[in-house]
Design a protein around this ligand. Structure first.
Ligand code: N01
Length: 536
């Protein structure tokens, strides 16, 4: 047991030094508070620090997936590609940290294990793995939506004599795969991004796929100078316009429902979007693509036809086609030559839904019916999403209430930022907010600004605590569920509903009404003297 040191007192403790924690530090420090950011990693960057597997890149355009709060920064930084690769995003984050002199208030290699609200002093007492203690009236959870990787539990893994890597904490020095027989488990966004790169490096790549995904070509390309300048010269207006959309990003949004046009017209539009727009823009064509079963089925069928055209072997193509859920039922993937990779002689697809992985052995792994000799296994098996990082910390609110108990049936919250029973604790892009359905950087800025404005309001009013009221929370959670249930999205067995974690309550966690609707909702709450909160 490490020695307990006396607690450091601050105005705000921020947990996590990714995009969210860094902006929270900047904004709150600018507002005059003493702030400390506690970060488990050896460096800053959060998601973009850990997920450094080859092929990792963002799937929102970089001109938009970047901070907007400083016009100087957004004009100064130069993105090399339409969709920046992970090393460039990490360099950008480091550039911002240096530019704003953020590092002096960030404590690295500091994992927070517990946070407890002390009612008498109205402070959060935060404890780290090393036994260090911090105290502050406010605690900001900038812990990320996809930051707790699933721990694999394949039988016999300990017997495997080769190397095992996870995309979610890829070695900094890289991995040598030349001449190796590589097994990749998992075909979500990470698996789909890493596959084409692994195929180029490995002697042979075995892709173990449980559920096929809908993936759309990114159409990534070097940054066009004119395009970049058009953004830089119009940043303020474009950023503002982005916040009026449902994803906090500009895209080629269609304005009519797909049900109002003919099948042929939809087909032409899907074709245009597949070949000219790319990425998530594919599903932005019609307003009802996630709500009208027929339109959704058409878009899904269109992707399956593309897979059939891209993959030479019809049997492999069939295995790659999602068939038991519609597009959007799981997180849509964005790729660069993913399906084409299965035309290579050194790539084999194994369907582990019909033939599940049974166990590892010293020189590979076995499914129910086959055996594979492997030198390296790469796991891209996902995350305990949205609530995982919050529940990993032992959070205790008023009256000894544990967040783990409070959320036993799902993440109760008010406007995605607060939880009743947990005063002065704020979540950035928490459950009940649009989070992963939006441009995360913009949503992070929105939350940080809302929280900073809220703390300023409390100071002005001379009150020291704010807490979501149970009835407001109840109402918000029912609304979030109602909105989700009006779409086809909760139907898939996705991490949006916690289906990838055995025993996790099945609740659709993000708010789906659109970022623009959400923006108005949280602005209304603030303008009505923080309606739905109790101030004391
Ligand atoms: O994780 P996932 P991810 N045996 O959960 C499979 C963001 N992201 O890291 O679907 C065999 O999507 C699992 O199969 P199934 C993005 O939001 C963004 O890929 O459960 N297979 C699935 O195929 C994304 O959605 C970017 O049947 C097993 C895969 O592992 C989120 O992160 C890039 C298994 C996990 O897929 C998570 O993506 C990367 C088992 N026992 C990630 N267990 C960009 O911005 C799990 N699987 C581009």
């Amino acid at each position: 047991m490490s020695e307990r040191k006396s607690a450091k007192r601050l105005d705000v403790v921020v947990i996590g030094a990714g995009f969210a924690g860094l902006y929270a530090l900047h904004r709150l420090r600018k507002d005059g508070y003493s702030v400390r950011v506690l970060e488990a990693g050896k460096s800053i960057g959060g998601t973009w620090y850990w997920n450094r597997y080859p092929g990792a890149r963002c799937d929102i355009e970089s001109m938009q997936y970047s901070y907007s709060f400083s016009d100087e920064i957004q004009r100064e930084w130069k993105w090399s590609q339409l969709y920046a690769p992970q090393p460039e995003i990490l360099s950008y984050i480091n550039f911002v940290a240096d530019k704003l002199d953020l590092r002096r208030d960030i404590q690295l290699e500091t994992r927070v294990v517990a946070a407890t609200f002390d009612e008498q002093s109205r402070t959060w007492k935060v404890r780290t793995e090393a036994g260090e203690a911090f105290e502050a009236p406010f605690c900001v959870m900038a812990t990320g939506c996809l930051s707790v990787p699933i721990v694999p539990t394949f039988p016999g893994m300990e017997k495997f004599e080769g190397e095992v890597y996870r995309t979610s904490d890829w070695p900094h020095e890289g991995v040598q795969l030349k001449g190796k027989r590589v097994g990749l488990v998992g075909t979500g966004s990470s698996g789909i991004q890493v596959t084409p790169v692994l195929a180029e490096q490995a002697e042979h790549l075995y892709v173990f796929q449980r559920t096929p995904n809908y993936s759309i070509p990114a159409l990534n390309r070097p940054m066009d100078e004119e395009y970049e300048q058009a953004w830089k010269q119009n940043y303020p207006e474009r950023r503002k316009a982005a916040l009026a959309t449902r994803i906090n990003a500009l895209s080629d949004f269609g304005t009519v429902p797909g049900s109002s046009v003919s099948y042929e017209e939809r087909e032409r539009e899907f074709e245009r979007r597949w070949t000219k727009v790319g990425g998530f823009g594919f599903v932005h064509g019609y307003t009802d693509i996630m709500t009208d079963p027929a339109v959704n089925a058409h878009a899904s069928e269109f992707v399956r036809k593309k897979i059939a055209a891209l993959v030479h072997d019809p049997e492999v193509a069939k295995k790659l086609m999602p068939s038991d859920y519609g597009i959007g039922g799981k997180r849509i993937c964005v790729d660069t030559a993913y399906f084409e990779t299965f035309n290579r002689n050194n790539v084999t697809l194994i369907d582990v839904k019909s033939d599940p992985i049974r166990s590892f052995k010293p020189n590979g792994l076995s499914t129910q019916t086959q055996s594979f000799e492997l030198d390296t296994v790469i796991l891209a098996i996902g995350f305990d999403a949205i609530t995982g990082a919050l529940l990993k910390i032992d959070i205790t609110g008023r009256d000894g209430l544990k967040l783990r108990d409070r959320w036993a049936d799902g993440p109760k919250n008010y406007i995605g930022m607060a939880v009743s029973g947990f005063p002065n604790m704020f979540m950035i892009t928490g459950p009940g907010s649009p989070s992963v359905f939006t441009n995360m950087v913009a949503s992070i800025e929105q939350h940080v600004d809302w929280i900073a404005d809220c703390i300023a309001h409390l100071k002005r009013k001379g009150v020291s605590s704010i807490e979501a009221l149970p009835e407001a929370e109840e109402k918000w959670v029912s609304h979030v569920n109602e909105v989700a249930n009006a779409t086809l999205m909760p139907k898939g067995n996705s991490w949006y509903v916690g289906a990838n974690i055995p025993g996790k309550p099945r609740v659709f966690m993000p708010y789906l009404a659109g970022a623009h609707v959400y923006k108005k909702a949280i602005e209304d709450v603030a303008s009505k003297d923080y309606e739905g909160f109790g101030l004391a």
